[in-house]
Design a binder for this molecule. Structure first.
Ligand code: FE2
Length: 284
């Protein structure tokens, strides 16, 4: 057991658990360096946006194709009207997604390191499979807000099974846009479901009209985390992160896992090639 019985109980009671020093800082530094290499090698012209009307379709297509790729997503407003980046791409990058955990050897090794697999085992998630990975940059001064949401909105199974493994690659504080969570909020219903629309693009369905907590409400508490801290988040737990207004970046890496026995609807946004089957933390 990596987790204490109190930590396992906290996950069940609160919908999240914080595991300080779960990952060695050297592994965080190594992952950050690999992320920088991927950004340096990425040609931003492949996602350039050439007109306002094209913008939604282009970003939808780029997003919807990313489930079994390693690709870059930029901050809103990073491109001018002619499709050129307005700042250097290493400063404009929002995140990498969504299959580094299977396609990139450095990310694959990080994602399946024994520490994460052991925590998964302790939480009864040892048989879950890794569906999605994201490397989030949260740039100094411009890193955008992630509005309050439940991960099961985006990674939906029947029954709901998604769990997020979030690792601070750099220190996360209230000042640079750390996570905020609603303790116990995972016992509430799933509010919305995001899916591929029949007409193309994507849509949200409202499943339950009760509101999620507003940023700034007392229901949400900050989760400050030093580099190497793991936070495990139940898929129904409401959480958000603020704009990064500080001069410090706030890199984080997330892997989301699902129960392979749960039904995975065909209109989920994230599609994987059959050539790239989902694998657990324990896969070689
Ligand atoms: Fe999330």
């Amino acid at each position: 057991m990596v987790l204490s019985s109190d930590q396992v109980a906290a996950f069940e009671r609160d919908g999240f658990v914080v595991v300080p020093e779960a990952v060695h800082p050297a592994r965080c530094t190594e992952l950050a360096a690999r992320a920088d290499e991927i950004v340096a090698a990425f040609d931003p012209s492949v996602v350039s946006i050439f007109s306002t009307d094209e913008q939604t379709r282009t970003s939808d297509d780029h997003f919807l194709a990313s489930g079994d790729q390693v690709t870059c997503f930029f901050e809103e407003g990073a491109f001018d009207a002619d499709g050129h980046l307005t700042v250097p791409k290493e400063r404009a990058i929002n995140k990498l997604g969504h299959a580094m955990h299977d396609l990139d050897p450095t990310f694959a090794a990080f994602s399946r390191q024994p520490a994460l697999a052991s925590v998964a085992d302790d939480l009864g998630l040892g048989h879950h499979v890794l569906l999605q990975s994201m490397y989030i940059f949260k740039q100094p001064h411009i890193g955008g807000e992630v509005s309050c949401h439940q991960d099961a909105t985006f990674l939906y199974t029947e029954p709901i099974s998604v769990v997020g493994f979030w690792v601070a690659i750099e220190d996360a504080t209230v000042d640079n846009g750390c996570l905020w969570v609603q303790p116990g909020g995972h016992r509430g219903p799933l509010r919305t479901r995001f899916h591929r629309a029949e007409s193309g693009g994507t849509a949200f369905d409202v499943l339950d009209p009760s509101p999620l907590p507003e940023p700034g409400s007392d229901a949400l508490v900050p989760v400050e985390a030093t580099a190497g801290t793991l936070v495990v988040l139940h898929g129904l737990l409401p959480h958000w992160s603020d704009v990064n207004r500080s001069p410090q970046s706030r890199h984080a890496y997330t892997v989301h896992v699902i129960d392979p026995v749960a039904a995975y609807p065909a209109d989920n946004w994230l599609h994987r090639s059959p050539a790239l089957p989902l694998r657990s933390f324990h896969a070689a």
